[in-house]
Design a binder for this molecule. Structure first.
Ligand code: RP5
Length: 156
């Protein structure tokens, strides 16, 4: 098994169903990843340590899905130089708008690349991660080009 290049983090086991779409899409692009359940609020110290160790462990991109007062991608972005892609997840009563605003409204200097709410965002996070990795991988770039062809012909 190759070393993971993408870290897919989520705030709760209740996020797994939606974030599964991200994992399946990374599989389609044959990109190795690891999955972690980590909460910025319930496990702040573990989240901090995990974020600080990412670069030295060889991870290149982080995808972080969370709902409600979704601080997970921002907390990770504050503690790593890696690009962090946030996926706002829907939960009642605000149906993901809360998480969306939290990820969009990062303060100056600490960006999070925010995807759409829910399943579409989870899938797009994987494609965005592939696009970032393709800057240093002609194989991934080729898979992305092939994906675009299939997208245009309605096959994906
Ligand atoms: C967030 O709160 C999680 O990311 C999840 O989307 C939401 C609800 O979490 P649980 O109460 O189901 O663990 O932290």
């Amino acid at each position: 098994m190759s070393k993971p290049l993408v870290s897919v983090v989520m705030g709760s086991t209740s996020d797994q169903r939606v974030m599964e779409g991200c994992l399946r899409t990374l599989d389609e692009f044959a990109i190795p990843y690891e999955v972690k359940i980590l909460s910025a609020h319930r496990m702040p110290e573990a989240t901090l340590k995990y974020a600080k160790d990412l670069v030295k462990r060889g991870i290149k991109v982080v995808v972080a899905g969370a709902g409600r007062a979704a601080h997970l991608p921002g907390a990770i972005a504050a503690n790593t130089t890696l690009p962090v892609i946030g996926v706002p997840l829907s939960s009642p009563p605000l149906e993901g708008l809360d998480a969306l605003y939290s990820m969009l409204q990062m303060p100056r200097g600490v960006p999070v690349a925010c995807m759409a709410i829910g399943e579409g965002g989870a899938k797009n996070a994987a494609i965005m991660a592939a696009q970032i990795l393709s800057l240093n991988s002609s194989e991934i770039e080729e898979r992305l080009r092939d994906y675009k062809v299939r997208l245009a012909s309605g096959k994906v």
